[in-house]
Design a protein around this ligand. Structure first.
Ligand SMILES: *Cc1c(COP(=O)(O)O)cnc(C)c1O
Length: 399
């Protein structure tokens, strides 16, 4: 078995089926990428962020599709993810690690031409040592502190870093100067974004003063790349929008305003999540369904047993609250989400048999279950739910 197969790139590689399956729409992704390119313009390079197994969509499939669409810059949060991207990217696609790279893996990154953030001055001498050892240049993005107070060098260290990089420029490429915005998705944080940009400009002035500029200046995530042109600089790091999600209602409304439209659907979700009815039960009025007493049948009911639970990343918060689609109709979840199954009320959907397709996420006939229906339109919660979808669920690229 090759490593590619081991990553479940081929849908039903194992002899037996997984309990559910994910489908990824290539045409929806194409639509999103086309829109992002139009919106961002030709000046800034598009880097698609595929951290957290591509926001749960699957690194192998997403990287394969993105490369087919000509996206030639991919960002990840860790060296561990970078190694997986390396396996599926096409030649000439650059990879950038925005987060954790252990000391012991610096050599690996340099040897594979992988770009990485440096947010600590102390890292630089270590990088230099490895470059000399390998006789190969490292491509370093210096991350600066502008008000997020996550990672990033403060000004005194940044000045030292610039001196160091300029002195050692035959060994280390000053690939980028970057920072991360703390509140670009909400209009109420605009003052903070403006302040961060102003501070970032301060760091850039220092570079200019020393006649030592980075190749790429970048600060934008999806939200700011979409609606704040002044944050786009030379490269934008687009995560959630790649997958067809508006970062927030604020960003969507700002886009409508800019586009002069009342409604616009330039992006589409690309993920669907499906399974099948495992069994059908007839429950007499007054009986409880599942563990505990959280759901009591108010009439004689028919329920479908669904072979997915919280161990598969299905949120427990959906207990007695969410819906699934069966025969194109919404079936309410009855009782608690168990570790590996839950029940849905199909009393009003005649003729449901074991084996019937169940849509957990996505479209069936004229109905849709959005991730946002799980999580009420808040990006962080969308991200949380998606990124927790286990890597073991098979993922298939569809038209
Ligand atoms: C996750 C991440 C992004 C992408 O954020 P989205 O809001 O999903 O576009 C960009 N930059 C950094 C440093 C990140 O960690």
């Amino acid at each position: 078995m090759t490593k590619k197969q081991a990553h479940h790139f081929e849908p039903f590689l194992r002899n037996v089926r997984h309990t559910s399956r994910i489908e990824l729409s290539q045409s929806s992704l194409k639509k999103n990428i086309n829109f992002l390119r139009r919106k961002i313009g030709p000046e800034a390079r598009l880097s698609c962020v595929v951290k957290a197994n591509a926001y749960g969509h699957g690194i192998p499939q997403m990287v394969t599709m993105l490369c087919r669409m000509g996206v030639n810059h991919i960002s990840v949060a860790s060296a561990y993810e970078a190694e997986e991207v390396l396996e599926y990217r096409s030649a000439g696609t650059d990879i950038m690690i925005m987060g954790i790279l252990y000391d012991r893996d610096i050599e690996w990154a340099i040897a594979h031409d992988i770009e990485f953030y440096v947010f600590n001055y102390d890292r630089l001498p270590l990088v230099l040592e490895k470059c000399k050892k390998l006789a190969k240049k490292a491509r370093v993005h210096v991350e600066v502190e502008t008000g997020t107070n996550r990672t990033g060098m403060t000004e005194p260290y940044f000045k030292k870093a610039l001196t160091f990089l300029k002195r050692n420029k035959e060994y280390i490429t000053f690939q980028g100067l970057c920072t991360h915005l703390a509140g670009a998705e909400s209009i109420s944080s605009n003052f903070r974004t403006e302040q961060q940009k102003k501070r970032y400009e301060g760091y850039l002035s220092e570079c200019r003063k020393r006649k030592f500029m980075p190749i790429y200046r970048h600060i934008a995530c999806s939200a700011s790349a979409l609606v704040m042109p002044e944050t786009r600089y030379d490269l934008v790091r687009v995560g959630v929008a790649t997958y067809g999600f508006w970062p927030s209602p604020d960003v969507y409304y700002q886009h409508l305003q800019q586009a002069g439209k009342l409604k616009d659907t330039p992006m589409s979700r690309i993920i669907s999540w499906k399974t099948d009815v495992m069994d059908i039960k007839h429950v007499p009025k007054g009986d409880f369904i599942g563990y505990g007493t959280s759901f009591q049948a108010t009439r004689n009911m028919t329920v479908a047993v669904v072979p997915v639970g919280y161990c598969n990343g299905y949120p427990r918060g959906q207990s007695n609250r969410g819906h699934v689609l069966i025969k194109g109709r919404k079936a309410p979840i009855t009782g608690l989400i168990n570790m590996n199954l839950f029940m849905a009320d199909v009393s009003d959907i005649p003729g449901v048999q074991p084996g019937e397709e169940v849509v957990l996420l996505g479209k069936q006939k004229n109905n849709t279950i959005n991730v946002s229906s799980f999580t009420n339109y808040v990006q962080l919660l969308n991200n949380e739910m998606l990124s927790r979808l286990p890597a073991a669920i098979p993922r298939k690229i569809v038209k």
